[in-house]
Design a binder for this molecule. Structure first.
Ligand code: ADP
Ligand code: GLC
Length: 484
């Protein structure tokens, strides 16, 4: 099967979160199942230099482009997956992140940037580039590709379209004038189109016009049909419930395994767990904490409301009265960053905070901590709990989205039958989080029971082949039903 996979971030070329990890590993897994999947990404600054030998394939005349737009071809590093780059320097060749400026804040021309990207993806999908390669299906991800299914829906003969929601909270909303400014079809301006409370919604392009909508866990697929999680789109999503499903993300264990992780001071595995203790001591050193044998709790992530860091801040004063340590790596909202730094100043021997982004430190933290905190208010899938399981770092998670689908709560029954892998709590409230942490600390004080829990977690298999097969089944079903 021929598939074009469009994403606004792809690890290891450019990453802000889990979408990049998925876009860098799912296509590889599909390729291993012997299908012709190709990636397409904007040519952000520095990306082409890291994508192998680059060929200029063709140039496209696209609405809204400053001139002809070259399409480059390279490869996803470490794989045989072809990668197309949409090379519009005026929009993509700049310092800063894929969505925001170096000093923070969204790029003011994001609507124009991702409309152009969507137009380029659609042109590739219809082989307007003249490559002699036309996909049978286009798989878009998140709002940055939302216009792709909408544009393709206007074509008589077109590939099937799948749109995956990695995070419904990011919708690509722009002022109403944007529709005309971008010369998008005026008939899109309706409740059944891309209008959302008098704004232009890019994500609605995917939700309304894709042949199928998927999201990254079965539980999140249900949750987003409710007002609590639907971000105002629950009505639309329930109306399309017969074309909406959830497939849990996988993990690329080539990048995330403690037995062959170059960032660790000593490798370890489920059969030889001793090395984990060395990684704990190294992590204490990394964060300037005393090397003591006390429970070490950790977190890595974007410091935003979604991740429930405020709940954690609420429980910290009580928690830090106990003999334990906490290390956090992340960046995001300035107030949350500052609040965490304040806790570090108040408890310098117990708390280590690193504001910033560091791939090596994220790996070392997964390896060195005893427990990994994910008190997320919502979590479409979450990857860190999957990494934590493999690293023998017991996840403490809120029972939502992919966290509910991947962690087995250590209830007395689950401990007795040996299936427990972590700790869950229900209410998005500090006391519920506190109870879950206390349950974890109590079990940690029983070395044998703890060891069983850790071992069970390390044995879990969330590798891609199974989830990739689910995607492939879905691709096949959609291609068989394709119009035109
Ligand atoms: P989300 O996509 O919502 O941010 P996920 O759990 O799916 O959450 O994925 C987050 C990914 O980003 C993980 O690979 C995690 O290790 C990484 N990550 C997040 N923040 C940082 C950071 N400050 N430094 C290094 N890696 C980070
Ligand atoms: C999003 C979600 C996260 C998910 C990731 C990859 O960023 O917040 O839960 O794991 O996408 O699908």
């Amino acid at each position: 099967m021929k598939i074009l996979f469009a994403s606004s971030e792809i690890y290891p070329l450019i990453k802000t979160g889990g979408l990049a990890d998925v876009a860098g590993s799912l296509p590889r897994a599909i390729r291993n199942l012997r299908h012709d999947i190709r990636l397409v990404l904007p040519a952000y600054r520095g990306v082409a230099a890291r994508a192998g030998k680059i060929k200029v394939l063709a140039s496209l005349g696209l609405e809204g482009a400053p001139g002809e737009i070259p399409i480059l071809q390279g490869r996803l590093p470490g794989s045989t997956v072809p990668l197309y780059l949409v090379d519009c320097p005026e929009l993509f060749d700049r310092d800063g992140g894929p969505y925001s400026a170096p000093e923070g804040g969204d790029w003011p021309d994001n609507a124009r940037r991702f409309a152009l990207f969507a137009r380029a993806v659609s042109a590739l999908a219809l082989d307007r580039v003249g490559l002699g390669w036309a996909p049978e299906l286009v798989h878009g991800n998140d709002w940055q590709t939302g216009l792709v299914p909408a544009l393709l829906s206007r074509e008589a003969r077109r590939p099937a379209t799948l749109f995956t929601i990695h995070n419904l909270a990011y919708q690509g909303l722009f002022p109403s004038e944007t529709l005309a400014e971008l010369k998008l079809p005026p008939d899109w301006w309706s409740l059944d189109g891309l209008e959302f409370y008098d704004q232009l919604s890019f994500i609605k392009g995917g939700l309304v016009y894709a042949d199928w909508i998927s999201t990254v866990s079965p539980t999140y697929a249900q949750e987003i049909q409710t007002p609590e999680y639907g971000c105002g789109l629950e009505g639309l999503l329930s109306a399309r419930a017969d074309r909406l499903s959830g497939i849990l993300n996988g993990v690329d264990y080539r990048d995330w395994s403690p037995c062959n992780d170059a960032h660790l001071v000593r490798p370890y595995s489920v059969r030889r767990q001793a090395g984990k203790a060395d990684n704990k001591r190294a992590l204490q050193e990394d964060f300037g904490l005393p090397r003591r044998d006390v429970p070490l709790l950790g977190h890595v992530g974007r410091l935003v409301e979604q991740k429930g860091i405020d709940l954690l801040l609420e429980v910290l004063p009580e928690l830090l009265a106990r003999d334990l340590q906490l290390v956090i790596l992340g960046s995001g909202h300035a107030e949350l960053e500052q609040a965490l730094l304040d806790v570090q100043s108040a408890y310098p021997r117990q708390v280590g905070i690193r504001i910033g982004y560091s791939e090596p430190l994220a790996h070392r933290l997964e390896a060195g901590a005893d427990m990994f905190l994910m008190p997320s208010r919502f979590e479409p899938c979450g990857l860190n709990q999957l990494y934590s399981l493999r690293y023998g770092t017991v996840p403490i998670v809120r029972r939502t989205g992919g966290l509910a689908d991947s962690v087995v709560d250590a209830t007395p029954e689950r401990l007795a039958d040996g299936s427990a892998t972590g700790f869950q709590f229900e209410a998005a409230e500090a006391p519920a989080l506190r109870v879950a942490i206390e349950r974890a600390l109590a079990l940690h004080a029983q070395p044998e029971a703890w060891r069983r829990l850790v071992t069970r977690g390390m044995q879990q298999d969330f590798s891609w082949p199974r989830s990739a097969q689910h995607y492939l089944d879905l691709y096949q079903q959609l291609v068989a039903a394709r119009p035109g």
